[in-house]
Design a protein. Structure first.
Length: 74
């Protein structure tokens, strides 16, 4: 059975703040757990991070910069 675990409130606040700042809509689900093993990031969330340059470390741990350098992109 697939479940979508909630993320920590601090991580949700950072994600929502980033979305507001960039005028984007974050994915509804960040985590997915298909096997009862605690879960992993959803494809939608990882795609959102790639498309916006959002740093996983910043969202998840509150460390580093909120965006990552994207070499070779205009």
């Amino acid at each position: 059975m697939t479940t979508y675990p909630e993320i920590e409130p601090e991580a949700r606040q950072r994600l929502d703040a980033f979305a507001a700042q960039t005028g984007t809509t974050p994915p509804e689900h960040v985590l997915i757990d298909e096997y009862g093993e605690g879960g992993t990031f959803t494809t939608e969330f990882l795609t959102y991070c790639i498309d916006t340059g959002l740093s996983l470390d910043w969202v998840w741990f509150g460390e580093g910069n909120q965006t990552v350098a994207r070499e070779g992109r205009a």
